[in-house]
Design a protein around this ligand. Structure first.
Ligand code: CA
Length: 322
């Protein structure tokens, strides 16, 4: 843990407005109660991470210790797509003109210049509507929140922590409990035949069956992922394990829709085994999304056909037998 230069209480003590100072103190006390530890990233600005993921930042401004502070700024990271409504409501973020008409110089709420903004964008898209004052990663900053708004900010922080807890890691992915009744086919027995080109040489299709979740396949190109098992198997279920950057704005980096096929020839005879659409669930990092096959049969070749635009990525694909 980096050394604390100035405690949050010392920073808050600089706030001239007593009402704001008092709610800020209560807020920091609450942060301690729930076990989060903010640490300085500058003298009067604090960051808090949970399992390496940012939960919130707060800053007392101006940062010059010789100038009375009049601003408390709290930045939150949106956890889940369905919670964005709460964010919009809570943080008084309104629909603005579309991105193409906006002058992109800096983000509306957080005033982060593109140079320093993680997302490099000052707009977001929700349900096809573009909001021009939204960071690409749904990071919102609120300035001098009221006591009521502090309460909702606290709710969001708790949600954010719960969201982080839902993620697995590359070393310890979260596997689907529904698959415990099946037997996973060793990925050493599976060979990739073809896949659309990966984003770069570190993210190629071979990474799907290399037995580690530390590598992933990432592509934005259309096409089939075709793979073969060393002998015919009756796959009763299949899954893919997500990788490192599932967020609301990128659809969890899973395809919009896909179909799994089986065949005993690469030249055709593909039989559709299962079709899914990604709007039915939420993808977490390093989590297994698993699906049972209603009418399994014996095949040696399998093909996953993603549909829809956008980048998707998996760290591994698995097949399961009964
Ligand atoms: Ca892999």
């Amino acid at each position: 843990m980096p050394k604390i230069k100035t405690t949050p209480y010392e920073s808050i003590a600089r706030i001239a407005n007593e009402d704001l100072r008092q709610v800020a103190i209560q807020f920091v006390e609450w942060l301690e109660e729930i076990g989060t530890t903010p640490y300085n990233y500058s003298r009067h600005a604090y960051n808090c991470k949970h399992k390496g993921k940012s939960v919130y930042l707060f800053a007392v401004l101006p940062s010059d210790p010789n100038t009375p502070a009049d601003t408390l700024r709290i930045t939150l990271e949106a956890p889940l797509p369905q919670e964005l409504d709460l964010y919009l409501k809570t943080l008084s973020i309104e629909k603005r003109k579309p991105y193409k008409d906006a002058i992109v110089t800096k983000c509306g709420p957080c005033a982060h210049y593109p140079k320093t903004c993680r997302g490099l964008f000052s707009y977001g898209v929700i349900d096809g509507v573009k909001y021009d004052n939204m960071c690409h990663f749904f990071r919102f900053t609120y300035t001098n929140p009221s006591p009521e708004q502090f309460e909702i900010i606290k709710t969001i922080i708790k949600m954010r922590i719960a969201f982080i807890e839902s993620h697995g890691t590359a070393a310890r992915p979260k596997f689907a409990e529904s698959m415990t009744k099946f037997t996973q086919i060793d990925n050493k027995r599976i060979l990739l035949i073809s896949a659309p080109q990966g984003m770069n040489e570190r993210e190629m299709g071979e990474n799907l069956f290399d037995g580690t979740y530390k590598t992933n396949y990432c592509t934005g190109k259309p096409g089939d992922i075709v793979f073969q098992v060393d002998e015919r198997v009756t796959a009763s279920a299949y899954s893919f394990v997500t990788a490192n950057d599932c967020t609301a704005v990128n659809n969890g980096r899973i395809p919009r829709k896909w179909t799994l096929y089986g065949s005993n020839s690469t030249n055709g005879g593909w039989v559709a085994l299962d079709t899914q659409a990604s709007d039915r669930f939420i993808a977490y990092n390093y989590s297994e999304l698993a699906f049972e096959i209603d009418k399994p049969s014996e095949y040696q070749y399998y093909k996953l056909t993603p549909e829809g635009e956008g980048i998707y990525q998996f760290s591994q694909i698995h097949l399961y037998t009964k």
